[in-house]
Write a protein of this length. Structure first.
Length: 83
């Protein structure tokens, strides 16, 4: 059996899922999907912020910044869709 996911992998999976939900929601423009995508992005942001607090390893800073950038793009995409 494989190793359990570590915290960084969990955050990455959460962000990946949120990103896919945003893509689907902005293509459909269905209000319920847009709301679910916003919630997924918020959950992913919370997870990312939590891991940033726990992370003292500078080796992961680039990864965390990349993940933050993805979430910022998702947030912007949702804002644009709501206009």
């Amino acid at each position: 059996m494989g190793e359990p996911f570590n915290d960084l992998q969990q955050v990455e999976l959460s962000i990946d899922a949120a990103q896919k939900m945003v893509g689907t929601a902005t293509m459909s423009m269905e209000p319920g999907q847009l709301q679910a995508a916003e919630e997924a992005v918020q959950i992913a942001k919370n997870a990312l912020n939590e891991i940033k607090k726990q992370n003292n390893d500078n080796d992961h800073n680039k990864f965390l910044e990349e993940q933050k950038s993805i979430l910022n793009a998702c947030t912007e995409q949702l804002k644009e869709a709501k206009r």
